[in-house]
Design a protein around this ligand. Structure first.
Ligand code: UDP
Length: 140
């Protein structure tokens, strides 16, 4: 299987609870390597632009407010079949449905405050990585 990249966000509910290291450890133990990482406080423009695909959904406003509420850690992860591998260790969107041992089952508070974001396709991973990182910030 090919080594690919995906985009991850450690969300405000996790940074607030000082879980950046705990979440990163779970990503690393799943076989993903952090090849870029930075802590940022998202602006409204960044949050609304990033989640533009959800702008007609009822939770859009609340989701953007949450993502702007506290710092996040944006990361580029590299590994074999990185998108699928990351989605597997993240667990289902709603922590109530997430499998044992996943990040969301272990740490998420609710369907909204669910600890991590992960790209859902290679195509979206490339778009999302470029949204937050310059090529020279990624060191593989
Ligand atoms: N979300 C929410 N309420 C919902 C569905 C989603 O607040 O009913 C939030 C949640 O933070 C989720 C994000 O919107 O992670 C994006 O939703 P998506 O369906 O893309 O889930 P994901 O890919 O993050 O599992």
């Amino acid at each position: 299987m090919a080594v690919t990249r995906t985009f991850s966000i450690i969300k405000p509910d996790a940074t607030r609870r000082n879980l950046t290291g705990a979440v990163t450890k779970m990503l690393e133990e799943a076989g993903l390597r952090v090849v870029a990482s930075k802590r940022i406080h998202m602006t409204r423009e960044q949050a609304e632009g990033f989640y533009a695909v959800h702008k007609e959904r009822p939770f859009f406003g609340e989701l953007c407010e949450f993502m702007m509420s506290e710092p996040v850690v944006v990361q580029v992860l590299e590994g074999e079949d990185a998108v699928a591998r990351n989605r597997e260790v993240m667990g289902a969107t709603n922590p109530a449905d997430a499998a044992e041992g996943t990040i969301r089952k272990t740490h998420a508070l609710s369907i909204g405050e669910n600890t991590v974001h992960g790209s859902d396709s290679d195509e979206n991973a490339a778009i999302e990585i470029a949204y937050f990182f310059k090529p020279e910030e990624i060191v593989g």
